[in-house]
Structures are given as C-alpha cells and as structure tokens.
Design a binder for this molecule. Structure first.
Ligand code: SF4
Length: 438
C-alpha cells in the first residue's frame, strides 16, 4: 500500500487501546480505503461499523472489526499530524520573504509550503498553483473551508511573472470551481511597487468582487523587503504618498461595496496606515477581523480591547516602572495606550521603546520579526526599570526562543532584567503592565 501511517500514541480507555492497537503499529486502511491524509481518516472513521487493517511491527497484519457510535473517535494519534508530507510550493515569487532570509537560520524557516490542507488547518495562504483536480474535489467533498488564497493579481500574465510560474495565471480558474461549489475563501494581495499596484490593483479588486459573498475578504499588504535581496528581482519600498493612494483605492471600494453586500471586503493592513500617517479605521470597518493574521486590524483591536479593559479599572497610585519593547509599527499605538493608562495609574511608568530591525533591515517594522540579538543590542544602554515586556509573537509558538535562537533567559541575562511575555489581547497587555499575571 502506498500510504502507511505510523501510530504515535493510543489514548487510555479508547477504542483503539481496547482493540490492542499500540504505538508503533501502522494503519493501512479503513473499510478498504487507503488513507491519503488526516481528512480521509476523519471522514472514513465517522461510520458506526469499521474494518481497520493494521500492521504490527513484526509485519503481521490484523483485520479489526469495530462497532461504535457514529463520529466517535478511535483515540489514535499519528506520527505526522497531517498524515502526509507538507506540500512544497512550485513558485519563485519575486516578493518571497523566505528567499530574503539570511543564511544559517533554522531549516524549518526555509521551508516553502503551499498546501491547501494547511490553509484549512492553520490559516496559511496558498497560491493554488500546485493543486490538482483531485485536490480541488477533496476540498469540496470534505468542505475544507475557508481556503485562504494568495491572489497577488487577477491579471493571469502578471501573476505568472510575479510568481515565476507559467501555470500561475491558469491556476486562477480553480477559484471559479471553488466559488461554484460554495466554498468560503479569503484572499490576499502582496503589493509590489510597479507590478500589481495602481491600475492593476483596481483591476484585481474589480475581478475579485465577482466572487462575493463566498470570497469574504481580501487584504492588501505591502511587500516586506529585507536587506538580503542580492540576485533577486529589484523591488522598492512604498512611500507615504504611495500608501495614501493605496488607502484611497481601498476606501473607495469599501464605500462602493458595503451598501450592497454589507461587508467592506477589501482591507488595507495596518502598515499602510502607519506609512501614510493616517488614522486607523473604526472596528466596524474590519468585518469581524477576518484578516488579523495578515496584520489587518491588529492595532485597532489591541487599542479597543485595552481601552475597554482600562475602563473597568478603578486605578491606583502604586509605583511601577517597566519598559515595553515593540516594533516600529505598533510603537505609536502603544504610546497612546500608555498615556491613557497614566490617567488611572499616575505612578506607573511604562516606557515604550521601538526596536529597529537591524537583523532583516529597517524597513521591516513588525514586532514578530524582531530578534533576540536586536533586542539586546538596542536595549543594553537603556535603564529598563523592574521588568521588560515583549509581545508573544517575538517568540516561536509555545517556546521561549526568538527567531535567531536566542532564548528568553539568555536575553534576560544579557540585559539584567526579567522579561514578561504579553499574550495577544489588550487585557493581557494591561494586566502585564500592572504586574498581575507575571
Ligand atoms: S508561494 Fe509563498 S513560499 Fe512559495 S515562493 Fe511564493 S511567497 Fe515564497
């Protein structure tokens, strides 16, 4: 059989345990069906009557008959969460951030995935360029939605050029199939100056509105340019004037679309507002924050949550002295919030410090790409107070490690200050500044 799935754990008291299945066994089929990945597995084990084909470590094959409740889980976990290899992308996009990373970082950071299953499981954006008809029909069969699509442009020729893939224009036809099948989608446009901006952006937005309402939202984000672009397509940063034009286009479409569709549909990421030096939109313009992962509305959400949390506080005059390290992008918003904090907590000094991204290049302004090395370098001469706060997105998920492999304790040691990790909400920020959840 082509697909063999090593079982990594079997839950206590589960059906699998009762049937004698053990870690190290291999699942070969369910009701005679080979299992391609986790979606096949979940689908086929829903039945009340199952026949599992299991291979034991000595090669012996067991045919197990199971009667259970419909949808009841068997209690097995597999070596690979997806029960398949992650799909590698087939593109060489002119704006790819992975191509702009310095050498010598962790291998996993160089992996270019483009896997629709991860779109569904983790919210990743996919280009549709490596999807077969079989993949599309599985999305429809299993209702793997929403699918998040990196459009970049709706001009097929330009898309081929930007993705360096001659099939990238053709791949847009798959959107029609997903749309016809009623699959929910979200979209993203990474804007590159002189390529897909201006009239091309207008054209793309117009074309994308044809997929409303199944296509629920589309974000426009500026290309991230690191200092490691040798040998890559020359790209230039957007100016304040460019950002204003992008916002004008986005707002114009929002105003046209909202009355008819009840959604704003096209959204500019927070970076555009910072670059244009314009006010962030109100919460209602974000349609329920469908594109937070793309940096759309993060600052508005933080500001609203923090203000709401602060309103329910009585305040105190306890002395506190902390530093908040952040990227250039969130710096103005955090300064505003700390000013508000002082109205109720006058003796709380929260010194917000923007960290320049020397590691990737100073045009990178998000806090999620700040390294431990930059933090140490730029904070070592500063009086940091009792504690230093950093946002959790500076660290790898569920680990106390920065992008450049510095650990939290190494940074604490170098700066001689405890680090407090702020989770993502405004309430978390307030609590951490006040020293409640440290
Ligand atoms: S699809 Fe994504 S990972 Fe692949 S080259 Fe393009 S930007 Fe990079």
């Amino acid at each position: 059989m082509e697909h063999r799935h090593m079982i990594s754990s079997v839950a206590k008291g589960s059906i699998a345990r009762e049937m004698g299945i053990e870690p190290g066994d291999i699942l070969l089929s369910v009701n005679g069906h080979e299992i391609e990945d986790i979606f096949d597995y979940r689908y086929y084990i829903e039945d009340e009557y199952l026949e599992l084909l299991i291979e034991k470590p000595d090669g012996e094959q067991w045919e197990l008959e199971i009667e259970k409740e419909e949808y009841e889980d068997l209690g097995m976990e597999f070596e690979q969460g997806l029960m398949d290899e992650y799909r590698h992308c087939h593109n060489k996009c002119i704006f790819c951030f992975i191509d702009q990373m310095p050498p010598g970082m962790r291998d996993t950071l160089y992996f270019k995935d483009d896997d629709s299953r991860l779109s569904f499981l983790q919210g990743n954006y996919v280009t549709l360029t490596n999807m077969s008809e079989h993949d599309i029909s599985r999305i429809i069969k299993y209702r793997l939605e929403p699918i998040n699509i990196s459009f970049q442009t709706m001009n097929p020729e330009l898309r081929c050029r930007m993705l360096h893939n001659r099939f990238a224009g053709e791949a847009l036809k798959k959107v029609d199939i997903l749309y016809e099948a009623g699959i929910e989608m979200n979209g993203q446009i990474v804007l590159c100056k002189g390529f897909n901006d201006g009239d091309e952006l207008e054209f793309s937005i117009r074309e994308l509105t044809k997929y409303l309402p199944n296509l629920r939202s589309v974000s426009v984000v500026p290309v991230g340019l690191s200092k490691y672009r040798d040998g890559l397509e020359p790209l230039i940063s957007f100016t304040k004037e460019d950002a204003r034009q992008v916002l004008e286009t986005v707002h114009k479409w929002q105003e046209m679309l909202y009355p008819e569709h009840g959604v704003h549909f096209i959204h500019a990421s927070d970076e555009w507002y910072l670059l244009a030096e314009e006010e962030l939109p109100e919460e209602s313009c974000y349609d329920g924050y469908l594109q937070l992962e793309n940096g759309v509305g993060m600052l508005r959400l933080l500001e609203n949550e923090f203000t709401e949390a602060l309103e329910s506080e009585i305040g105190d005059d306890i002395e506190r002295n902390v530093t908040i390290a952040t990227g250039q992008l969130a710096y103005p918003a955090l300064c505003r919030l700390m000013e508000r904090l002082r109205e109720k907590f006058p003796n709380t000094k929260a010194d917000v410090r923007p960290v320049k991204n020397k590691f990737f290049g100073e045009s990178i302004t998000v806090s999620g790409l700040i390294t431990g090395g930059d933090l140490i370098e730029q904070m070592k001469e500063i009086t940091l107070g009792e504690r230093m706060l950093i946002p959790c997105n500076m660290l790898r998920i569920d680990e106390e490690v920065f992008l450049d492999d510095y650990t939290v304790s190494e940074v604490e040691k170098a700066l001689q200050v405890p680090l407090n990790i702020v989770k993502s909400s405004g309430q978390d920020l307030l609590d951490t500044v006040l020293g409640r959840n440290i």
